[in-house]
Design a protein. Structure first.
Lengths: 140, 336
């Protein structure tokens, strides 16, 4: 199952040249970029681990791609995304966020039903990957 | 002006190939284009690189060997661009450089121009200059150096990283010095990200030689070693004239010979810093001129405000009889 999230969730995975162009766009707008990674694919998991600090004062996308590459080398089987933060007064939020790496095998989710009182049923998503402890989820 | 990236060039190939008006870029590699010519000079003119080099020629006095080397490098890059149009793909030339010379010989200025030249030719995406010294690259405790160096490298990506007094990175007397770590990271990036960054090292000739002999990896990754000669007296006076002109001042008739004499004395003194000494001498002449004008107390004309007189220069401490005192003075004022 192909997990999607963020700005370009409707597109096929971006190539490095496309990532670079997006990063260039963010830099041109004066947004600060950061790299984050996770191995918890749940759609409501928005707090990913930070790969270093957000990067300010940079001029060239090559610098951000350098960090993306270092993160990929360290975590070849995790989700990695690039965020761009717009600090303009009135916006002050993430302007752009897209996945730049995903694990090779994404086992997907199952739907859990929980019986509550009065025949009420609660539904929840459970990632198969989450059956294994963090750090070992996508190792194979 | 849009920067001529490699991509733009590839798409503009058809116009360049005579009699092959609408050929696709892929056709260029075939025999069709083999006979057609490329006007290297026109190409260089289009890239605007000549303007930068002309500026360099005009703004910088002397430095002939440096100018020759820079136009050689620029020509190589232009030819490389032309070759690429014919599908003669060559590896991206190694552009890391080392500038050696005394203080004040224009190393930083030339590095800035170099960044502009490389940017115009499409070898650097941004063409900005990040100037650093050891302090900004080397950390203070274990594990501090790598992120610090990488931070600087990232900021310089797309432009030129200028490391002043680079020989300080290596401390021979202390083999556990963190400088070595910074050098290793530099080397790694210089090798792997050649298309994103150009590193220019600068420093005194003899100490840089020593630095390279203890870091052979660094020496071999630097293709261009450019030596900046000291300025002679005529050049120093010419530099002074340019500096004054830029600040809208002029020498009076007597002031120029006075300045020449001042410089000839200054050149023999310790800590002479070429153009920087000229600038400092002029700064102090401006101070004395201001003092003179204020104490004069009369109505000042435009000419009065622009002119630096011989007396403003003769009051310099380098003309005073007691050189010891002059040395003492020097320690209080900025070196020069």
């Amino acid at each position: 199952m192909h997990v999607t999230q963020g700005t370009f969730s409707y597109l096929p995975p971006l190539t490095d040249a496309q990532v670079k162009a997006q990063v260039q766009y963010a830099l041109d707008n004066g947004w600060a970029l950061s790299v984050e990674f996770t191995d918890d694919p749940h759609p409501r998991n928005f707090l990913w681990d930070m790969w270093g600090l957000p990067m300010f004062d940079l001029r060239d996308p090559a610098a951000i791609l350098l960090e993306v590459q270092r993160c990929r080398d360290t975590y070849p089987a995790r989700y990695i995304r690039v965020n761009a933060y717009d600090r303009t007064l009135g916006r002050q939020t993430t302007a752009l966020s897209f996945i730049v790496q995903r694990p090779k095998n994404e086992p997907g989710f199952r739907l859990d039903r929980q019986e509550g009182a009065d025949r009420q049923v609660r539904y929840t998503l459970h990632a198969y990957a989450a059956d294994r402890p963090p750090g070992e989820r996508y190792d194979d | 002006m849009p920067r001529p990236s490699a991509l733009d060039l590839a798409t503009s190939v058809p116009e360049m190939v005579a009699g092959n008006g609408d050929a696709a870029p892929s056709d260029v590699e075939s025999g069709d284009a083999a006979g057609a010519g490329v006007n290297v000079e026109a190409e260089a003119r289009d890239s605007g690189v000549f303007e930068v080099i002309d500026d360099l020629d005009r703004d910088l006095v002397g430095l002939d060997p440096v100018k020759t080397r820079i136009s050689e490098i620029a020509s190589l890059l232009v030819v490389d661009m032309a070759r690429r149009r014919f599908g003669l793909e060559a590896e991206r030339p190694n552009l890391h450089m080392c500038f050696t010379g005394s203080p004040g010989t224009g190393k930083t200025t030339v590095a800035m121009r170099m960044a502009a030249v490389l940017h115009r030719l499409g070898y650097l995406a941004r063409g900005h200059l990040v100037a650093v010294t050891r302090d900004e690259l080397v950390g203070q405790y274990i594990g501090h150096t790598a992120p610090k160096t990488r931070e600087i490298l990232k900021r310089a990506m797309g432009g030129v990283l200028f490391i002043d007094e680079a020989y300080y990175l290596h401390r021979q007397e202390n083999e556990r010095d963190y400088g070595q770590e910074a050098i290793e990271i530099l080397l790694q990036v210089m090798e792997n990200q050649r298309s994103d960054i150009v590193v220019i090292l600068a420093g005194y000739r003899d100490r840089m030689d020593q630095f390279f002999s203890s870091n052979p990896g660094m020496g071999s990754r630097i293709a261009h070693h450019i030596d900046f000669p000291d300025y002679d007296l005529d050049s120093l006076v010419a530099i002074a004239r340019i500096m004054l002109d830029r600040q809208r001042y002029t020498f009076s008739a007597g002031a120029e010979p006075a300045f020449r004499e001042l410089m000839s004395r200054r050149m023999t003194q310790p800590r002479f810093a070429n153009a920087r000494s000229v600038r400092n001498a002029l700064e102090r002449a401006r101070l004395r001129q201001a003092n003179r004008l204020v104490s004069d107390g009369r109505l000042l004309t435009r000419d009065d405000l622009m002119r630096i007189d011989a007396e403003d220069i003769y009051k310099s401490r380098w003309f005073s009889e007691a050189p010891d005192e002059a040395m003492l003075d020097e320690r209080i004022l900025p070196a020069g």
